[in-house]
Design a protein around this ligand. Structure first.
Ligand SMILES: Nc1ncnc2c1ncn2[C@@H]1O[C@H](COP(=O)(O)OP(=O)(O)OP(=O)(O)O)[C@@H](O)[C@H]1O
Length: 279
């Protein structure tokens, strides 16, 4: 049996009176590629941010102390609505990809990738920007991996959105992330750039065995790239299973409107049509 890399138990999160996550439980094993689906506002980003220790769950549930617990890569992230001391250790091993790339656009592509290795760099080297030859080689390898080695010296601001997202993935590789959490990584990209970014994430998942959890609005991309789908609805886990089991009825109940399920996730042809949800 594969090692469990993410464990979420009884997670609740309120924002004032808004119950954004309701008793969420989730378990992800090493090597899995999981799509997180659900209508807008269903809690996908909030759940990802909890996994990365950016947000803490509720301390109490119905006036009783919460039993909420999150563990990532065997390291406790938060327990009973409080961060654990080990949260930083887990964050160092977690690559986080944002919709808006989160790069330093005035720096070069290579410098942005090198930033991914800062956790393993002494402070004085980080502050002076003096990276070792080995680190530069590692960063170049990461850029090679996402097909951007030729862009290493370019300013990030000169790159397209799709290319910038590939730099963000290279940065996660430089970080030697053991899992990747990607929050709507293709939401602002055109279909061709989206395909390239999803191909790269899928390749990293398959070749390195890195678990990937990716929030998506496009059901077709989820089915094509992710063998497993977890769908949230109004903060609750509504569906958790093989993506091929996402039928028309399930999708209609999830999104509250008719959504045609893609034919097959085995198809090698380009993703033909987007079933983007804006509910
Ligand atoms: N920092 C915050 N402060 C207050 N409310 C928040 C905050 N973050 C999220 N919420 C609320 O929590 C709920 C879940 O939001 P979340 O962004 O997780 O949904 P989502 O499924 O990722 O949506 P989308 O697909 O539109 O990004 C929403 O009602 C949102 O308004």
């Amino acid at each position: 049996m594969n090692k469990q890399v993410i464990s979420v138990q009884q997670l609740n999160k309120h924002f004032a009176n808004n119950h954004a996550l309701k008793n969420v439980g989730l378990s992800v094993e090493q090597g899995e590629m999981v799509a997180l689906l659900g209508p807008s506002g269903s809690g996908k980003s909030t759940l990802l941010r909890h996994l990365n220790g950016l947000v803490c769950g509720d301390k109490t549930v119905n006036d009783k102390p919460s039993n909420g617990y999150i563990e990532v890569l065997g390291v406790p992230v938060q327990k009973n609505g409080k961060f654990c001391k080990t949260v930083r250790a887990s964050r160092c091993q977690t690559g986080y990809i944002f919709q808006q790339f989160n790069l330093v656009t005035r720096l070069s592509v290579l410098q942005n990738v090198l930033i991914g290795g800062l956790n393993s760099t002494p402070l004085w080297r980080s502050l002076t920007g003096r990276f070792t030859l080995a680190q530069k080689q590692q960063a170049m390898n990461a850029l090679e991996r996402v097909g951007l080695a030729d862009f290493a010296t370019q300013r990030v601001s000169n790159l397209s959105g799709g290319q910038q997202q590939r730099v963000a993935i290279a940065r996660a590789l430089m970080q030697q992330a053991k899992i990747i959490l990607a929050d709507e990584p293709i939401a602002s990209l055109d279909p061709e750039s989206s395909r390239i970014v999803m191909d790269i994430l899928s390749d990293i998942n398959k070749k390195e065995g890195i678990a990937v959890v990716v929030t998506l609005h496009q059901v077709d991309y989820a089915v094509r790239y992710c063998p497993r789908v977890v769908a949230l609805k109004k903060g609750e886990v509504f569906f958790d299973g093989p993506s091929e089991q996402l039928d028309e009825g399930t999708l209609a109940a999830l999104y509250g409107s008719k959504v045609t399920p893609p034919q097959s996730n085995k198809s090698k042809t380009p993703v033909p049509q987007l079933w983007a949800q804006t509910a």
